[in-house]
Ligand binder design. Structure first.
Ligand SMILES: [Fe+2]
Length: 462
């Protein structure tokens, strides 16, 4: 058993970065599973003899597994951003709270930041990007996972969040980016499937906060500002790490800001009881206004991230109906299995839906029981894969096979603490409880990853 102060095995640096090489396969890979899974997370926890204070400040790693119907090849590389290379050249941290106060102030004054790409991967057109909450898009070469240049796509002011969302019916991906000034401004962007990216406008937030995810429907963008306040003075003075900059202030309550796509300058703000969410499952338009489904935490915590087991607050899948006529919000719990990292079939992104997949965490009498679960909202039924004891799953990534919302392969990067290595479980979304069809094994542990995506063969970036 690890001591209380031991470092979680998921918060260790990637020990052997490498390009694509054959991976050991157990079971039988489906022949129709062809394409590449990409995932991103923090990859370097120590540099220059210093451990970074929090995973959110680490340089990222992108991990990929390519399937061709017969075998699998894996790669995992550090995001070697311009800031990372600048630090390598200097022989010390220049960015984040791991840097000296002098260096930190120097980059802050010059408005510079490091595009660590430590949170998610994003495919757009023929390009792969590693994303983080507070930086530009860090382009990566999907064929080799080598780091290319960061980009603003010609429109991004300063940040492009790690949670872009595509609305299938609009054939457009939306995203936001936060700017901190006298007030917190949220810039919103549209990336049409065919056409050029554009900035739709800017929404002013009620206070300086952390904004992680949002939702988009056919008619609205829905932004969440929780009762977490950024200590702007500390941030400006370069004092403290990420855990010391944000404070839980339940007395503020929470806000959902509904932004009409055809009237960005006329947002409607809904006040709710205090809660926190990292991730939304989906959103759709109802008769009275948008409905948003999110993983609702009773409070905010940064302590549990990357830990094998947590005693932190549990998230429950919750629907918030936003009535545009009455201005009232109504909340209802949809499922009593704690879950986060929800995913839905791409066909129903931004539309009415009935099925989602998520990473779940049941608390048994004496241990946490992690799983990957399909939750059928209409039937109230679910199907779950519970990996062996000591195996920790992550966010499920869907590879659609057909039109039905559960007709997908589910790819899940799992850390096996009993052997200290990571593998991808290939599951059938319609029969999760049957266990993996195949497992694909790295020879090493991959540090915690947060989010990923799948490029189907043929759609893969060249
Ligand atoms: Fe996230």
């Amino acid at each position: 058993m690890r001591s209380a102060n031991a470092v979680s095995p998921l918060l260790r640096s990637l020990s052997r970065p490498h390009g694509f090489e054959p991976l050991r396969v157990e079971g039988r890979l489906p022949e129709s599973l062809r394409g590449t899974l990409f995932r991103a997370g923090p990859g370097l926890f120590e540099r220059f003899g210093t451990r970074i204070p929090h995973a959110f400040e680490a340089d990222g790693a992108v991990t990929a597994v390519r399937f061709d119907g017969r075998g699998a090849w894996g790669a995992s590389r550090i995001v070697e951003s311009a800031g990372y290379r600048e630090e390598e050249q200097a022989g010390r941290f220049l960015y984040t709270s791991a840097a000296s106060w002098f260096d930190r102030m120097r980059v802050t004054r010059r408005g510079l930041s490091k595009t660590t790409g430590n949170t998610s991967t994003f495919l757009w057109r023929d390009r792969l990007f590693a994303l983080m909450e507070s930086g530009l898009l860090q382009e990566m070469d999907p064929a080799t996972l080598e780091t290319l240049a960061a980009t603003d796509l010609g429109v991004v002011s300063s940040a492009f969040s790690a949670h872009p969302h595509r609305v299938a019916s609009l054939r457009t991906t939306f995203n936001f980016g936060v700017r901190y000034g006298q007030r917190m401004s949220i810039d919103v962007y549209a990336l049409p499937d065919d056409g050029v990216p554009s900035k739709l406008g800017t929404v002013e937030a009620p206070w300086h906060s952390m904004v992680h995810d949002f939702m988009a429907t056919e008619r609205h963008l829905i932004l969440f500002v929780g009762p977490v306040k950024l200590n702007l003075l500390r941030a400006m003075l370069g004092l403290g790490d990420v855990t010391q900059l944000f404070q839980w202030k339940p007395e503020l309550g929470a806000r959902l800001i509904v932004v009409p796509l055809d009237a960005i300058d006329s947002p409607r703000t809904f006040e709710l009881d205090p809660f926190w969410t990292w991730h939304f499952a989906n959103a759709f338009e109802d008769a009275e206004g948008p409905c948003v489904d999110l993983c609702r935490y009773p409070e905010f915590s940064l302590e549990e991230i990357g830990e094998l087991e947590s005693n932190g607050p549990l998230p429950l899948l919750t629907r918030v109906k936003l009535d545009l006529k009455s201005g009232k919000a109504h909340e209802a719990t949809l499922c009593d299995i704690p879950c986060d990292f929800p995913q839905v079939h791409p066909r129903v992104h931004g539309a009415r839906y009935g099925t989602l997949f998520a990473q779940t965490e049941r608390r048994g009498q004496d241990r946490v029981i992690p799983g990957v679960t399909r939750i059928d909202l209409e039937r109230g039924a679910s199907s779950e894969w519970t990996p062996p004891a000591g195996h920790l799953p992550s966010e499920p990534v869907l590879v659609p096979r057909g039109e039905a919302q559960d007709d997908a392969f589910v790819l899940d990067l799992v850390y096996d603490s009993t052997t200290d290595h990571s593998y991808v479980a290939v599951l059938d979304g319609q029969h999760l409880d049957g266990g993996p069809l195949a497992t694909v094994h790295f020879e090493q542990a991959i540090p915690v990853t947060f989010h990923g995506c799948f490029a189907a063969a043929g759609d893969e970036p060249a």
